[in-house]
Design a protein. Structure first.
Length: 366
């Protein structure tokens, strides 16, 4: 598997039988991970019908078949706040069941979430314990699941949304590896509260940034449900090409939130906030933008439509859009949506948008 983004290899029973010399023969399957560039990754191997054991802070992508369960387990080695979060990344609606005993299901469970779209369970564990998780699919669905502890830092993977829960006065710790691959690349950190209010403190100099010890902060940049954004351009003296940023999300009230980090040469689009740019006429021929469809768009009524509109004052442009899992530089050769009409007003509608990062290219028509 060599696609951009998540890769998955599925071995059928017949493949394993051929490779191992029989279904009931023990053998090793060796896996090689090749990096075209320096890359942070996670790797999970599992078998259908078996329980997959997850590490806190790990993000797992999987598929559940129609009217079936996928089972997981996580070990909590000390008292902590535990968050399990499941987000559909294809059509369908996975439901979440949790118990302190194996094989929770639709009739036997201790906790459950069965809302449309994203499902999350947040509990406080008072002792070392195994928790068992089941994801149920009414129809075949691909989903992304995160299991996180308040007491342990979570690795924030560039371009992948992390969902979290933080209690009032507490903090959730994250680690983000900055790897700039372009001279004009900037680092964007986006925090959005589903309810309540949270602040984000960021630093490359201390592992536990706070209100009194940080390099960057969203405090004072908006409250309630407004998204807090930190943008670090290369011109900033505090910017780095390759370093670790330590992030602390602090709860002003109990709150669910989403957090996203990106490092690229695309400018950040924020919903309902227009941006201006110039392409052609001796300037660059293409400008790139990125925007986040976070899980609040799916919280109550399912996926929503997203509209992108470009108006030109002179000349013509083409617009191309793609999810980050396909490409970060969409264009005529690679895109999911496009508008190349000969018009000064162009619009692209993204029907039933799945959560994730999308990239937009505005290209001068020659």
């Amino acid at each position: 598997a060599s696609t951009r983004g998540d890769d998955q290899i599925v071995l059928q029973g017949s493949d394993i039988s051929t490779a191992c010399g029989g279904l009931f023969t023990r053998c090793e399957i060796k896996i090689a991970i090749y990096g075209a560039t320096k890359t942070l990754f996670s790797l999970t191997a599992t078998s259908y019908g078996k329980i997959t054991f997850l590490e806190p802070g790990q993000t797992y992508t999987g598929t559940v078949e129609s009217h079936s369960l996928r089972e997981f387990a996580v070990f909590i080695d000390s008292p902590s706040d535990l968050l399990i979060d499941v987000v559909p990344i294809s059509s369908g609606d996975p439901d979440l069941y949790l118990a302190s005993y194996p094989h929770p299901n639709t009739t036997h469970y201790e906790y459950r979430r069965v809302r449309i779209g994203r499902d999350s369970i947040a509990i406080r564990s008072s002792k070392a314990i195994y928790y068992y998780i089941s994801v149920y699919g009414y129809r075949r669905t691909t989903f992304r699941m995160t299991v996180a502890l308040e007491s342990a830092p979570v690795t924030l993977v560039g371009g992948e949304v992390q969902n979290g829960f933080v209690r009032k006065g507490h903090g959730r710790q994250y680690i983000y590896h900055v790897q700039r691959t372009h001279p004009t690349a900037q680092t964007n950190l986006m925090l959005h509260a589903f309810n309540g209010n949270v602040f984000m403190y960021v630093s490359a100099n201390t592992t536990h940034p706070s209100a009194t010890d940080h390099q960057f902060s969203t405090e004072g940049a908006g409250t309630g449900q407004q998204r807090g954004i930190i943008t670090i351009p290369t011109s900033d003296s505090r910017a780095c090409d390759r370093c670790i940023l330590y992030i602390n999300v602090v709860g002003v009230q109990d709150s669910m939130f989403s957090l996203l980090g990106t490092s690229g040469d695309a400018s950040l689009l924020v919903f309902s906030q227009p941006m201006r740019g110039t392409v052609g006429d001796g300037m660059t021929n293409v400008l790139y933008y990125e925007f986040l469809v976070d899980n609040t768009t799916m919280a109550d009524t399912g996926p929503k439509d997203v509209s992108l509109v470009v108006s030109t004052f002179s000349g013509m442009v083409a617009m191309y859009v793609a999810r980050s899992t396909l490409t970060t530089t969409p264009g005529p050769e690679m895109y999911e949506y496009k508008n190349t009409d000969l018009s000064n007003y162009k619009a692209i509608d993204l029907p039933h948008s799945s959560p994730g990062v999308y990239y937009v290219a505005i290209e001068a028509e020659m």
